[in-house]
Design a protein around this ligand. Structure first.
Ligand SMILES: [Zn+2]
Length: 151
């Protein structure tokens, strides 16, 4: 029980972090395009609110991160295009953000029942006056004790 609660907390907050990161990347991608050249043949670029996977036929050695100024409208729908010498697939970032946000929301929602419980073992502490969890002895702060029980 102890480990599970901690894992949930990590999942909840990494979900939030990931959503914030993706949203920030989406905003930034309208001003700067960020490319990662994974090999001489393949690159991934964050551009105009989308993640673009593309091939290139310029012979180049090694991998590199490249940041360049950019402008252009937001991309909302996936597209597969031949861009001159490039074959590119555009995947709008909301397609990554949406499932992440939904999963995060679900973690937060499903965690509600732990609110009135011990942060360590989940034991229901509603009406507790001793200031410590009777199950595992973890000290309880006042704020947590006063929350109404969902269970
Ligand atoms: Zn406890």
């Amino acid at each position: 029980m102890k480990r599970r609660t901690r894992k949930r907390r990590i999942l909840k907050w990494s979900g939030v972090g990931l959503c914030v990161g993706l949203a920030a990347a989406w905003v930034v991608s309208h001003t700067y395009q960020i490319s990662y050249w994974g090999s001489s043949k393949f690159a991934i670029t964050l551009l105009q609110g989308a993640l673009v996977g593309r091939t290139r036929n310029i012979a180049s050695a090694g991998t590199a991160w490249v940041v360049e100024p950019t402008e252009g409208p937001s991309v909302w729908w996936p597209e597969c295009v031949a861009q001159g010498k490039f074959d590119a697939i555009w995947i709008p970032m909301w397609m990554f953000l949406l499932p992440t946000a939904l999963a995060t929301a679900w973690f937060w929602w499903s965690d509600r029942r732990y609110r009135s419980g011990c942060v360590d073992c989940g034991y229901n502490l509603t009406g507790n006056v001793s200031g410590a969890c009777p199950e595992c002895g973890t000290p309880i702060d006042q704020k947590q004790r006063d929350l109404p029980s969902d269970a």
